[in-house]
Design a protein around this ligand. Structure first.
Ligand code: MCN
Length: 755
């Protein structure tokens, strides 16, 4: 029986549950100096001077300013269309561009002294006007980079408007949706350490998702040969897309080389809230048009992306929003224009979903607004526009080549599971009785893209002297359970028990190559690479067994149930992996039982449907999420238990954006939500238990049939909950509520509708 598709408990959990996880912060690193960053308290200012005299009087304290750092700038990354003139000095020298920008570095023997010294560093600022809203930035009145001449960091789509786009439409509806800026809030904040070895090579221990890519960027930014840099990522307590390389990690390596001593830095929570890149922060203006019977004919989307002070991945994300603009619907005409602008705020990067949630948040709100205008059930309007299940592969007018799907099937399943008709009955009853607490029912149907830029991943499998196996992968698990699921994949191919398979990751000296983990691509490319490497090991094993049994390798077969190799049709003389490893070791041939593979594939398109049920107190605006029923189809599941965990976490993030989280700045660019007191990061106690329903539509793109699941819940949940809140308020004439749809925003929407 196959181990794949079983709810195998996570191999890594005992380590974490016993507190035996190894994070950068608790790695033994003798004699490590503490690093503290001095950060700007102003959003936009010229630096007239940095005085470190007082700080340097504290025992064993050294202070470095931008003038000392002979490396950088950092970025912008080489994405097509990104303005190359908007690089970030590793330490600000002339100008600070957001609260949290690095203005000096303090190095001390212990962390407490470093914090004291940082407070004594005096920076002479000459304030400049701060540009906080992307709409203001787009006016190009105050420029963050005067030498560049514009605040626009990147353009996507086309500024051309087709006057005839909405021709033939009986009904045209417009609206604006702001996808609130979110802080990623990993449980483990960022942490980095670095040390130069006796051979002059530098090792950087990073809390990251992408060790191999980090090695290249570190080497590139510091002018080093990549062979001189080793990156090790130990256990990582969450990344959510944001833990990619930033100036802080580069500076740690620079300091270790400069000082010849090991150094370590771990972010505080409030530092993480301003300095770790944020996510989302898109303003989306939409117009949707169609026929009176609910057929959508045209859709226009204008995106204004806030990129924060220094453009990194976030500035590029409208390209993904454009690609996924059509959602699960066959829309014949779509126009898209995206502009990404710099503002005096924390940089925007990837955050769970990265560019795709914004697309589904908008098309799903637009569909509901269109249905409301037509006075049709939102379910009915969706049915009239789905890409049908027999139309795959299907390429949308925005050039997304969907691999496989059954969008109506997912909707049917979720409606049945939620008891949609009964919910509508209950809603009708409350409306008729004029109850203060109204019921809202929200639907979302989504499709998203995983392995979005068709990447390659590395996998290696090696039989160990005891007949077990090591899987080495270029993917990097930071909460996704790869130690279990990748072991399952290799165990399946080798016919070994999962206990005999160990997964190694995250050390660039041990693992030859890798792209890392983001875009929910690990299973479909990293898992496939491991699988194909395991298959090659089996082929090599057949050679060896052929030699030992004096038979042709072509006649040798693997019995996957017993993990033994024998001549086809003659299992009496079989050799187990354990026996083979012993014999091969004795003959000095164990190294033959090792193979590596690089797997490249096109993107896959997971999809699903969510139903959210909310209660809204129409007197106070208070919203309570009662239920969230979710169908998330990621193709064939390797481990439904792990996948379900991914969906649970993903939904929590999606609900949090719909109802709670929002990074807020005042007009001068001061962050108002830089601790968990001010930032509404929900805990499990704030959320109901999710009702997840399995559905598996394999992809033809890889032999596992697997698509990604890591971000799906997030993408499906936000629009379902958002739609539910608006639905609850429909009888009051409310057609729109800003996210997060919290008590205040709901109350405002109600007041506006009443007046
Ligand atoms: N899985 C499966 N069957 C599938 C697909 C996935 O059993 N068809 C399992 C996998 O084997 C894997 C897990 O689900 O163990 C997630 O796999 P996948 O969807 O391939 O995603 P990645 O491993 O590439 O993870 C990335 C994704 C992203 S982009 C973000 S953001 C995210 C996420 O995963 N950040 C997370 N999940 C997170 N979970 C935790 N705990 N912490 C984060 O920071």
């Amino acid at each position: 029986m196959s181990i794949l598709g079983n709810r195998v408990l996570r191999k890594e959990d005992p380590r974490f549950l016993r507190g035996e996880g190894r994070y950068v912060e608790n790695l033994p690193l003798e004699g490590a100096l503490a690093v503290t960053f001095v950060r700007s308290l102003l959003a936009h200012a010229r630096i007239d001077g940095v005085d470190a005299t007082a700080a340097a009087t504290l025992p064993n304290v050294q202070v470095f300013t931008g003038a000392d750092v002979d490396a950088g700038p950092f970025g912008p990354p080489p994405f097509p269309g990104l303005n190359p003139g908007m690089g970030r000095p590793l330490v600000a020298t002339d100008v600070v561009r957001f609260v949290g920008d690095i203005v000096a570095i303090v190095v001390s023997e212990d962390r407490a002294t470093g914090v004291d010294a940082a407070e004594l560093v005096s920076v002479d600022y000459d304030p400049l006007p701060a540009v906080v809203s992307p709409q203001d930035a787009a006016k190009d009145e105050v420029l963050l980079y005067p030498e560049v001449g514009t605040n626009v960091a990147c353009r996507s789509g086309s500024p051309e408007h087709d006057e005839k786009l909405f021709d033939g439409c009986d009904v045209v509806v417009s609206g604006t949706l702001v996808s609130p800026r979110m802080a990623p809030c990993p449980l483990e904040p960022r942490s980095a350490a670095a040390e130069v070895g006796p051979d002059g090579r530098v090792t950087a221990w990073l809390s990251t998702q992408t060790p191999h890519q980090d090695r290249m960027v570190l080497a590139g930014t510091l002018g080093l040969d990549p062979a001189q840099v080793r990156v090790v990522a130990p256990d990582v307590g969450g990344g959510f897309g944001a833990k990619m390389l930033n100036p802080e990690e580069v500076l740690l390596v620079w300091l270790a080389r400069r000082l010849g001593r090991p150094v370590r830095w771990t972010e505080t929570r409030s530092e993480s809230m301003v300095a770790l890149p944020h996510g989302r922060a898109q303003r989306l203006d939409y117009t949707i048009g169609g026929t009176r019977d609910g057929k959508v004919l045209a859709y226009r989307l204008d995106v204004l992306q806030d990129s924060g002070a220094y453009p990194v991945l976030g500035a590029f994300l409208p390209n993904l929003t454009a690609l996924m603009a059509s959602g699960v619907y066959a829309i014949p005409r779509i126009e898209f224009e995206g502009r990404s602008v710099v503002t005096n705020t924390t940089p925007i990067s990837a955050f769970r979903g990265a560019g795709r949630p914004e697309a589904s948040q908008t098309i799903e709100r637009a569909l509901d607004a269109f249905a409301a205008e037509l006075e049709l059930d939102p379910v009915e309007v969706r049915r009239r526009n789905f890409i049908p299940a027999d139309a795959f592969p299907h390429t949308t007018v925005t050039h997304a080549a969907y691999d496989s799907g059954d969008y109506e099937g997912a909707l049917d399943l979720v409606l049945r599971s939620a008891g949609y008709e009964e919910l509508r009955d209950e809603q009708r009853r409350r409306r008729e009785q004029g109850e203060a607490t109204q019921l809202g029912i929200g639907i979302s149907c989504y499709v998203e893209i995983t392995n979005g830029i068709a990447e390659t991943e590395f996998g290696e499998v090696e039989i160990t002297p005891d007949g077990g196996a090591i899987v080495r992968t270029g993917s990097f698990s930071h909460g996704q359970g790869h130690e279990t699921t990748f072991a399952m994949i290799a165990a399946e191919q080798l016919g070994l028990p999962i206990e005999k398979v160990t997964v190694h990751k995250g050390d660039t000296d041990e693992i030859a190559k890798g792209t890392g983990t983001y875009g929910s691509k690990s299973t479909q490319i990293g898992g496939m690479a491991a699988r194909l490497a395991a298959d090659e090991v089996v082929e090599h094993a057949k050679e060896l067994v052929g030699d030992y049994l004096e038979a042709s390798p072509a006649d040798i077969v693997l019995d996957p149930a017993l993990g033994r190799l024998h001549v086809a049709g003659d299992p009496s003389q079989a050799i187990s992996w354990a026996d083979l490893a012993v014999r091969a070791s004795a003959d000095d041939r164990l190294a033959e039982l090792k193979a590596s593979h690089e797997f490249k594939a096109v993107p896959t398109f997971p999809f699903g449907a969510h139903v959210a049920v909310v209660e809204v107190d129409t007197e106070t605006g208070r919203v309570e999420l009662r239920r969230l029923v979710a169908v998330d189809d990621a193709g064939t599941l390797i481990n439904p238990l792990v996948a379900e965990g991914q969906v649970h976490g993903g939904i929590a993030t999606g609900v949090a954006q719909a109802l709670y989280e929002h990074v807020v700045y005042d007009d001068d660019g001061n962050p108002m939500t830089s601790t968990f007191v001010g930032y509404a990061f929900p805990s499990a106690a704030d959320l109901p238990s999710w009702e997840t329903v399995e559905m598996e539509t394999p992809t033809p793109v890889n032999a596992l049939g697997a698509k990604g699941i890591g971000e799906s819940g997030t993408i499906g949940a936000t629009p379902a909950v958002h739609n539910a809140v608006v639905d609850a308020l429909a009888p009051f004439g409310v057609r729109h509520v800003d996210m997060p749809a919290n008590g205040e925003n709901v109350w405002r929407a109600l007041e506006e509708a009443r007046t």
